[in-house]
Design a protein around this ligand. Sequence first.
Ligand code: 2HG
Ligand code: ZN
Length: 464
Amino acid sequence: MTTAAQLDLLKTLVDPGKVLTDSAALETHGKDWTKQFAPAPSAVVFPKTVEQVQAIVRWANQHKVALVPSGGRTGLSAAAVAANGEVVVSFDYMNQILAFNEYDRSVVCQPGVVTATLQQFAEDKGLYYPVDFASAGSSQIGGNIGTNAGGIKVIRYGMTRNWVAGLKVVTGSGELLELNRDLIKNATGYDLRQLFIGAEGTLGFVVEATMRLERAPKNLTAMVLATPDFDSIMPVLHAFQGKLDLTAFEFFSDKCLDKILARGDVPAPFETRTPYYALLEFEALNEDVAGAALATFEHCVEQGWVIDGVMSQSEQQLRNLWKLREYISETISHWIPYKNDISVTVSQVPAFLRDIDAIVASDYPDFDVLWYGHIGDGNLHLNILKPESLAKEEFFARCAQVNLRVFETVQRYNGSISAEHGVGMTKRDYLGYSRSEAEIACMKAIKAVFDPNGIMNPGKIFAV
Ligand code: 2HG
Ligand code: ZN
């Protein structure tokens, strides 16, 4: 907790009116999209410059006040939740694109630049920022870096990590570090930039990031395919990957489709209903590519892996097909789902999913279970919906209990208990299922180097 005198000092470090303590601000900025923890920060501060961020961090060290970084607050692991009187550092006012270099194909961003703003900026330059997900309209680059955000194009373009050319960070001791200086080749020892990517603000704050851009894809075309069972999805992936460079390969279950169609604003892809659907996307660069896609589709039908399918013929159809997948998370948020974001290597997906599905069927017989995700990356989102009749606390407690079996299975497959949503507070007690004791000890030692007083987002990734 902070005292009034400490907050008065904090106010002198930033622009007038940029420290808020009213309950609406504390409630809004004290949480992300997770609904498990009640927000309880003691203040929200809005720096406008790197120097102000440094001053805030030095103040926090002096007064032993914990800081929580806050971007678009779309996270799903409670990494940006301030539940214990911390001061939230919001990057909402550090939201400018500072420079563009067409030869380096790079953009210098402040951390508060919204993902969609960077995507649009790239498009306006005839280029492409390929990290994409449903929350691109409000998530911020700083948060994307903090969580190494993934999303729907990872199969082709990789995670956020791949697109960070350089970083300026303010460490937990208030020092400004310039990491990698935007170089492509740089063999001068440890790449500290990589440590800050996915660190969830536990080592320091990103105050500037140079992001790389890519050639814009041409004539993106999507197919949605109905499959008779889960086991058919991976041979379909394999067949299409053998013929096309896929930009996405997603899947969702019929229960997800039910929820999406019930919204009333998304057209059904076709009449047929099957237990699972795959959504794939590719650049239809010429007739040959489109022909190869259709031939592969026919092959899959002949094999019995696909029952029905549709291919987008226009931008509008492409967008509508994507809605079937991209709207799921937001649509089901109404049921306060218990979320899992797990991954294994692609080759292990079928066996892994069978094992997890058996646990789910035996332990959640009375709950609605929804499967979807980035199956082309081995990343599955398992969402358990809360029955109306069950209190939130009781529901989460029951799910957490069952979940130990899910995590044991993840461990057995050498998988990850958090593929792309991060650890935050929701997964921190389970980190040992994916990281060894020795690894966790190294991680803690690294934190101590950059954040000796433990003021940077404490309690996230591991308990304090
Ligand atoms: C997605 O892939 C997001 O839609 C959210 O990562 C997943 O809500 C989820 O579980
Ligand atoms: Zn996802």
